[in-house]
Design a protein around this ligand. Structure first.
Ligand SMILES: Nc1ncnc2c1ncn2[C@@H]1O[C@H](COP(=O)(O)OP(=O)(O)O)[C@@H](O)[C@H]1O
Ligand SMILES: Nc1ccn([C@@H]2O[C@H](COP(=O)(O)OP(=O)(O)O)[C@@H](O)[C@H]2O)c(=O)n1
Length: 305
């Protein structure tokens, strides 16, 4: 970070009206506002990856010159070019909203993730986002990815992470919520890595519902929600995908000490009673402002334009 500030100062001392600064790595939330001294007429380019509204730019007489969206090999990026108008030097303050807090809810198909999430939402005011529900809604919306998603769900396969993470990010933004239960995600290591890269968010903890396979199968086959994947053949594939790809993600988080494993075979109410204290503790920690968030990277470096 220090090098970035130095390079910015150097740039400012040599400032001319066309000097520009590119702010990099802004795909992560930053926790504290950053103040940047600016010279009159100086231009800034704020490069923002993957989500449209997490940045706010404040400053007296700052004018937005242009906003363009373009696609790099990995992310859709938005560039905001802003300029300080008038003749006075001043301060450009960059703030981000508080980073949302995220709990991942994992477990095999039919282990009771959605059922328990609903009870937590009712009691603790989380926003519940089910990756599977978002994917099913995307099919219904007539999206260009609809057929691909439908075929993958039918086959019990994991949809490419860029698609799922974009849906999650949009739902997070649209909800305006501050704490989220993200259910059925990350389902493989790619899901996890893409989410981290695109958001900079490290989950507060992971709730893992541990359920025997025969019980999961019994529940899924009795679920009766008209899902294309709730049949014996697809269920076998989903269970294999769960063991091959999702269990390693749980192990990864276990190695970080972030997993709370819950036996998922009791009654719905008993399981809720078991997990409730975790969310009570979370709520207490939240009210005192403690968090295990990783802070986002926020570097600056000069541009040529
Ligand atoms: N503890 C439980 N005991 C018995 N049935 C349950 C329990 N929890 C959930 N169910 C039922 O099992 C099915 C699958 O639960 P659901 O919450 O949809 O699982 P998931 O979201 O993990 O796929 C649903 O029909 C639900 O009502
Ligand atoms: N992160 C995710 C979540 C779900 N999915 C797809 O959506 C299907 C249903 O997921 P779900 O979470 O709604 O249902 P369960 O299998 O947990 O009951 C999965 O089998 C995958 O095909 C995905 O590709 N990626």
């Amino acid at each position: 970070m220090a090098w970035a500030v130095r390079s910015l100062r150097r740039l400012q001392s040599a400032a001319s009206s066309s000097q520009a600064v590119r702010l990099l790595e802004s795909r992560s939330w930053i926790r504290n506002p950053r103040k940047v001294d600016v010279c009159a007429g100086q231009n800034f380019v704020l490069k923002q990856y993957s989500s449209e509204t997490f940045w706010e730019v404040h400053g007296a007489s700052l004018r937005t010159l242009s906003t363009t969206t373009y696609t790099t090999h990995e992310d859709a990026s938005t560039t905001h070019e802003v300029s300080k108008g008038g003749s006075d030097d001043g301060t450009l303050t960059l703030t981000s909203k508080s980073p949302p807090r995220v709990v991942f809810i994992l477990g095999g198909p039919g282990s009771g993730k959605g059922t328990q999430c609903q009870k937590i939402v009712d009691k603790f005011g989380f926003v519940h986002l089910s990756a599977g529900d978002l994917l099913r809604a995307e099919i219904q919306s007539g999206s260009q990815y609809g057929d691909m998603i439908k075929n993958m769900i039918k086959d019990g396969k994991i949809v490419p992470s860029e698609v799922t993470v974009r849906l999650l990010l949009k739902a997070m933004e649209d909800s305006k919520g501050e704490k989220f239960l993200i259910d059925g995600f990350p389902r493989n290591d790619e899901n996890r890595a893409v989410f981290e890269r695109m958001t900079g968010i490290i989950p507060e903890f992971i709730l893992f519902f541990d359920c025997p396979e025969d019980e999961m199968e019994r529940r899924v086959l009795g679920r009766n929600q008209g899902r294309v994947d709730d049949n014996k053949e697809t269920m076998q594939k989903r269970l294999k995908v769960f063991i091959d790809f999702s269990v390693p993600v749980v192990k990864y988080y276990e190695s970080m000490g972030k997993v709370h494993k819950v036996t998922a075979t009791g009654s719905i109410d008993d399981i809720h009673t078991t997990i409730e204290p975790l969310f009570e503790q979370f709520s207490e920690a939240h009210s005192t402002g403690e968090s295990q968030y990783a802070t986002g990277k926020f570097d600056t470096s000069p541009t040529n334009n």
